[in-house]
Design a protein. Structure first.
Length: 187
């Protein structure tokens, strides 16, 4: 037999065997489905971490409100009680977080609620489109019996992924998480 006839028979036999082989179909299907599955898995992981961080932020804000509510937001030096500064108050709130937050990126605003009906939106910190604060936050400790508004915010880094999943609030890839507490200072 000529060599070309043997090669062509062998080539045909290999082609028929390749077409009939179902083992490669599983690998092809996996290659098509795997990127989608991995993207969804990573998105679910990121959402879970965001919810956990939001829970920590909520707990820290509640503890901060409790400090002001019970008149414990003071420092005592030589027997003299003075209200905490904004930095001291921010540090006291940040002490509630274990390892999830960078305390220098925490945004805290504490202001008295006005007695007249007003939109709370005007009392909240305002941001530029790039995620920077328009105006520095306010910090007023208030007096006994006064209604107060405490806002604790944090810019959480999020990562965009495949399929257009993007959880960021601003164009800088950060998600603004916030917790708002409204309370009355005890007399």
């Amino acid at each position: 037999m000529p060599l070309t006839l043997i090669l062509s028979r062998a080539a045909r036999r290999d082609a028929v065997r390749f077409v009939r082989d179902c083992g490669a179909a599983t690998a092809v299907e996996f290659a098509l489905v795997a990127p989608l599955f991995i993207a969804l898995l990573l998105a679910a992981l990121q959402v879970g971490i965001i919810f956990l961080a939001k829970s920590y932020l909520e707990t820290g804000a509640e503890q901060g409100a409790r400090l002001v509510l019970t008149n414990q937001a003071v420092t005592v030096v030589n027997g003299q009680s003075t209200p905490m500064t904004q930095a001291q108050f921010q540090t006291a709130i940040c002490a509630q977080f274990t390892a999830m937050f960078n305390c220098s990126k925490l945004i805290v605003q504490l202001v008295p609620l006005p007695s007249a009906a007003t939109s709370l939106g005007t009392l909240l910190p305002q941001f530029n489109s790039d995620g920077t604060l328009k105006v520095a936050t306010s910090y007023v400790t208030g007096t006994n019996g006064q209604n107060m508004l405490l806002v604790v915010m944090y810019m959480w880094p999020v990562y965009g992924g495949m399929l257009g999943l993007n959880f960021s609030s601003f164009g800088n890839g950060m998600l603004l998480m916030s917790s708002t507490q409204i309370f009355r200072i005890e007399s």
